[in-house]
Design a protein around this ligand. Structure first.
Ligand SMILES: O=C(O)CCC(=O)C(=O)O
Ligand SMILES: [Fe+2]
Length: 352
């Protein structure tokens, strides 16, 4: 099938929502109501929007500098913290070609982080992070931990406002994230496209939806992120660019939130292009933080009136996440097994 055309983004598709008041004043009724209404509207529309968080600008700069420094090392040096060394905790570096988001190797390398803890039990995705060392000094650690703390607050406040705006039916949503959300943070580095590599089917990240509740993404100015939404006449799909807007994060929703709201909120397919992307001296950097349900949260949809429901028919991948039964951890493991098949088989699988 021919690739749908790409169109520039419009602000009505991806509104910019200022959540600084929501972050500053927990429980402030006006901020909760105003943000909640805007958030729900955006979640029902394209499932993509921007938030203005007021994150410390020096932090983003410092993270970006350290990330560029790390990715400029040789593969051998970077592999001193390779993911295979972290076992079940799913942390560390992976090289270009190791991650298969949509069944094909992505043109990106990256580092996976999670909540920093001294955990040595059997649960997957838990444990200490692997921190790189350059010239005898630990790189990234302070910035990553500060950034994850801030993003956790953003995730909590956004989910709090969304739950409140969803009304009484969402009362049990808190139980899915308030105590122990699954937090993943990744730093991705996308090599600049090379003219001689002509396969238009190669992507930075292939088409996919995210798995959990909210993805909070900081991207640099390079561009390349695209979202797939129905065409205006609804006869097919179009790819829309999601450009960098200074001072904002991009937020999008994952399968678990679509499932939870019976498809009322959208987990929208997206990708990062490789061909057709502006060639840059430095690689493109992106910083997705995933704020997702607790490992053991049951994938139970919220109780809703019949009229409030909108079934997820015709999803991009033919799957219907509302049909999934079990806990979020099972859903996540099933996804990981597809994007990192080798690593999953060696290190993460919890059931035989
Ligand atoms: O790097 C980006 O801009 C998007 C990454 C992404 O979609 C993901 O990690 O799920
Ligand atoms: Fe994604």
């Amino acid at each position: 099938m021919a690739d749908p055309s790409t169109t520039a983004c419009t602000s009505s598709l991806f509104p910019v929502i200022d959540i600084r008041e929501l972050l500053l004043r927990d429980g402030d009724a006006k901020a909760l109501r105003e943000c909640g209404e805007q958030l729900v509207k955006a979640c029902e529309n394209t499932g993509f929007f921007y938030v203005r968080t007021g994150v410390r600008p020096g932090l983003i700069e410092s993270l970006s500098d350290a990330a560029h420094k790390f990715f400029a090392l040789s593969t051998e040096e970077k592999e001193t913290i390779k993911m295979a060394k972290s076992g079940k905790s799913w942390r560390g570096f992976f090289k270009v070609g190791d991650e298969l988001t949509s069944g094909k190797a992505d043109q990106k390398e990256g580092i996976y982080f999670g909540r920093e803890e001294n955990y040595s039990g059997e649960m997957p995705l838990r444990g200490p992070n692997l921190w790189p060392e350059v010239e005898g000094r630990v790189l990234l650690k302070d910035d990553v931990l500060e950034y994850m703390d801030f993003m956790r607050l953003v995730g909590l406040r956004l989910m709090g406002a969304i739950s409140k705006a969803l009304g009484a039916g969402a009362a049990c949503l808190d139980a899915h994230f308030a105590e122990n959300p699954t937090e993943l943070f990744r730093i991705f580095s996308y090599p600049s496209p090379r003219k001689e590599e002509g396969d238009a089917e190669v992507f930075g990240v292939g088409e996919h939806t995210d798995y959990g509740f909210l993805t909070l993404l900081y991207q640099d100015q390079t561009g390349g992120l695209q979202v797939k939404i129905p065409s205006e006449d609804r006869s097919g799909f179009q790819w829309i660019e999601v450009p960098f807007i200074p001072g904002t994060h991009v937020v999008n929703l994952g399968d678990a939130l679509e499932h939870y709201t019976h498809g009322r909120f959208k987990a929208t397919p997206h990708r990062v292009i490789y061909h057709g992307r502006r060639a840059t001296k430095k690689p493109r950097l992106s910083f997705p933080y995933f704020f997702d349900p607790c490992w053991g949260a049951p994938m139970t949809p919220m109780p809703l009136d019949e009229e409030g429901r909108s079934r997820t028919s015709g999803r991009w991948d033919g799957a219907d996440p509302t049909q999934f039964e079990g806990i979020y951890g099972d859903y996540l493991q099933r996804k990981i097994s597809r994007v990192f098949p080798q690593l999953f088989a060696q290190a993460i699988r919890t059931t035989s």
